[in-house]
Design a protein around this ligand. Structure first.
Ligand code: ADP
Ligand code: MN
Ligand code: MN
Ligand code: MN
Ligand code: MN
Length: 358
């Protein structure tokens, strides 16, 4: 019997009314997540009923050993697709020992900004690209010496010769649906073993909350299949596509008749803050994305800001539908696959709605 089969017996035991709550948070890398479980004696009806908790921040790159406690502030409950009902996942913000948002807690600021602009109903849809790796860090099912055949047949492919790891993607899709994540689709990417899933459209703070939890689910599902997911924006050097996290964006006025003009105005505002946005689009202040935004492989150069209808070599792509219908949304193709969606959506509304400059 495999250990997964053995585990099934215990997972079917009655928990006698107890609820397992897996608290999940972003660690000191700003990219990886951590989680730990506690028992609750009843099912919480609302996130406000959940206790604050703490952990050893010196083990996650978030505190010194001499003052190591970090606080976990529960912000959002998701049904747990691994343990099943009534068990839950608890997305949490990290606060430092003074109860101030920790360095990699970009949610606190994002939530404040989203509250300010809520009348504009900002919607986001993010396209999360990622790469499946073996436990040794090598791309999944790539030959251990050499490379697979060049890019071309892999994007949206069918067939064992061109598809690397579909089971993981299928399992993750269902796990997201179970957890109430607005996952809107998946596709195989241009580089073999690279995949994409989309979350959205989500309003305001929901974008960051849902995308972070969807990433957590992906890493957990990958454990079950003995593989690893990488969010590195350029996992393989050379003639292989990098991984991004395109942001599709609209406000209420962009979605209504005449919205096209609002979209073009927003794009001009983004032009004025290109460098500031690039800094916010990966957890290394823009350094990670330098490897990806080369101007090749369906990217624009990090040095330039450009836009165009249906153009996938630009910073900003305006879908053809916007010109046809006169309203809709647009896509920022610059964010890196390992971006923090709180930081990205925060700077988006600051620039396009609050008219912040500089
Ligand atoms: P692409 O053609 O760039 O690969 P995808 O189909 O992968 O696009 O992703 C499109 C994303 O845009 C989805 O996440 C979807 O939820 C989102 N989206 C659709 N309509 C809107 C809108 N009006 N505002 C913001 N996002 C939207
Ligand atoms: Mn920071
Ligand atoms: Mn896409
Ligand atoms: Mn893609
Ligand atoms: Mn896209």
């Amino acid at each position: 019997m495999s250990s997964k089969e053995a585990l099934q017996h215990y997972m079917n035991l009655d928990t006698r009314g107890n609820v397992q709550a897996m608290y999940v948070w972003i660690d000191g890398t700003g990219e990886s997540m951590r989680g730990k479980t506690r028992t609750l004696t009843k099912v919480p009806k609302d996130v406000s009923e959940l206790p604050e908790w703490n952990y050893d921040g010196s083990s996650t790159g978030q505190a010194e050993g001499s003052n190591s406690d970090c606080y976990l502030k529960p912000v959002r409950i998701f049904p747990d697709p691994f343990r099943g009902a009534p068990h839950i996942l608890v997305l949490s913000e990290v606060l430092d020992s003074d109860k101030k948002p920790a360095g990699t807690n970009h949610r606190a600021s994002c939530a404040r900004v989203m509250e300010k602009v809520k009348d504009e109903k900002p919607w986001f849809g993010m396209e999360q690209e990622w790469t499946m790796l073996d436990v040794d860090g090598h791309p999944y099912r790539w030959p251990k010496q050499g490379y697979p055949g060049p890019q071309g047949p892999y994007y949206c492919a069918v067939g064992s010769n061109n598809i690397y790891g579909r089971d993981v993607v299928e399992a993750h899709y269902r796990a997201c649906l179970y957890a109430g994540i607005q996952i809107s689709g998946t596709n195989a990417e241009v580089m073999p073993a690279q995949w994409e899933f989309q979350v959205g459209p989500c309003e305001g703070i929901e974008m960051g909350d849902q995308l972070w939890m969807a990433r957590y689910l992906l890493c957990r599902v990958a454990e079950d299949f003995g593989v690893v997911c990488s969010f590195d924006p350029k996992p393989i050097k050379g003639d292989w596509n990098g991984a991004g996290c395109h942001v599709n964006y609209s406000t209420e006025s962009m979605r209504q008749p005449g919205g096209r003009e609002v979209i073009y105005k927003a794009i001009e505002k983004l032009r004025g803050r290109h460098n500031l946005h690039i800094k916010a689009y990966d957890p290394q202040g823009g350094r990670d994305n330098l490897r990806r935004l080369t101007g090749l492989h369906e990217t624009s150069s990090v040095m330039d800001f450009s836009y165009g209808t249906a153009n996938r070599g630009c910073s900003i792509r305006i879908p053809r539908l916007v010109d046809d219908h006169g309203c809709g949304y647009f896509e920022d193709r610059r964010p890196s696959s390992n971006c923090d969606p709180y930081a990205v959506t925060d700077v988006f509304v600051r620039t396009t709605i609050l008219d912040e400059t500089g």
